[in-house]
Design a protein around this ligand. Sequence first.
Ligand code: NAP
Length: 496
Amino acid sequence: MSELIPKSAEIPDSDYVIVGGTGDLALRKIFPALFWRYLAGQITTEFRLIAAARTTMTVEEFAAMLRPFCADAIADEDDGEAQWAGFIALIRIVTLDVVSGEGGVTLAELVNRRLSPERPLIFYLAIAPTLFGAACDTIATHGLAVPQSRLVVEKPLGHDGNSARAINKLLLNVFDETQIYRIDHYLGKETVQNLMALRFANTIFESQWGNHAIDHVQITVAETVGVDGRASYYDKYGALRDMIQNHLLQLVCLVGMEPPAYFNADQVRDEKLRVLRAIQPIAPADVVRGQYQAGKVNGAPVTGYLDELGEASNTETYVALKLKIENWRWAGVPFYVRTGKRLSQRASEIVITFKNRPHDIFTKPGAPAKPDVPNRLTIRLQPQEGLRLQLTSKEPGPGGMRLFPSELNLSFDDTFDQRLPDAYERLLMDVARGNQTLFMRLDEVLAAWDIIDPLIADIKKHALYNYKAGSMGPIQGDSLALSDAHAWIDPHEGDA
Ligand code: NAP
């Protein structure tokens, strides 16, 4: 979605302050992404990377904690050790408690040494959302909320529309909307951006993109992992809030949006917002919730959700929905979306199924019709990102016209002889460049809650079905699509 960044694209030298810089998100995602960008030359020696948290530690102690998460990147380079040392030299540790404000003066002194209007000052809040307000206040109190400041926040931004409004109000007390970067890391994925290129840089698809040619759309985000020790956290959210409200609805927007006049942050987000506003209230019959029970995933036995949680729960670990986008382009084209934990495979795919041929010239008049194999475009988001286009071809050889389904297959791994950057790498660099295209604007976040809130408010109306870990969800989820004479298309295992 944002302009493609060649390795050499310039990023202004910045101060990156990771509040919660010693936590899981920072160590697993943020710092490794910054290290890859350092290796690519986008982060120069003029950057400063500041990890702020309550625990006091030295840079050496921090580097030892971080190193396992950067091991692949170090091994990837001939001079990996020297690069690692260069990267670590950019890091500063500040002991900071955003609640008491203790450490704020030290942070301000460090930052003020290089403060200039040309130098972005980025605060990435890798802390619990309950601390966002205190963190913003600490930043403001110490004079660090300046025009060149930017604030990055992660989901969960609330557990419903009202709490999302309340959290965002705290951010907006200190920063204005153009300074706030709400990350949905799905939007940073290479294939998701490629969806935009596919649609808006090629005429063949866009002319077919609508209810005249498309039969239905499916989006599957399947995970094999369970809640992995986070059951009590997850239980407050569930799949509707954790996955549908953000990642899946964002994908629906990218498939469904109109071409913006220009590819810039506000125009892209305006078009996505229009899609969200065109989604009709979801009927109870169009919602299936599930919860996994014990089973086997990839051959290994796993326990059920309730055993992990240790108490009864009505929280869903699986959701399937049928969405109706009532506008000129999409009226009559169902969008089926589903996501779940402990499913049989880890894969995210968008599948666009085109309408059947209006007339079959290959079957003799009066002979029984052969089932149509529709054209189908599959956009594989993970793993093994790529595109597949299902076509009908003639089987080679004499003996009449025998048709069979064949595939054009574009695997990004095989096609591009370079490592595909992690979504966080692109997003972190977009913040430094001041490009908000891939970040959610507040009105988008609230419009997505407007779709999910009624389901949550009436959650008791939506039965919770069990499914076996290692399956593709409850059979009722299958019936959702089957009721329209469609069937879920399971992601191709190990295929691009
Ligand atoms: P975490 O591992 O618990 O880390 C929290 C960090 O915040 C630690 O560095 C902690 O260090 C610091 N912290 C806690 N209280 C603080 C305070 N009063 N002042 C300053 N720093 C404080 O949590 P996490 O998994 O990284 O998640 C952080 C946020 O990102 C959460 O909102 C989470 O929902 C969201 N998120 C996480 C992931 C992920 O993959 N982990 C993915 C998406 C979103 P001290 O205890 O030393 O202060």
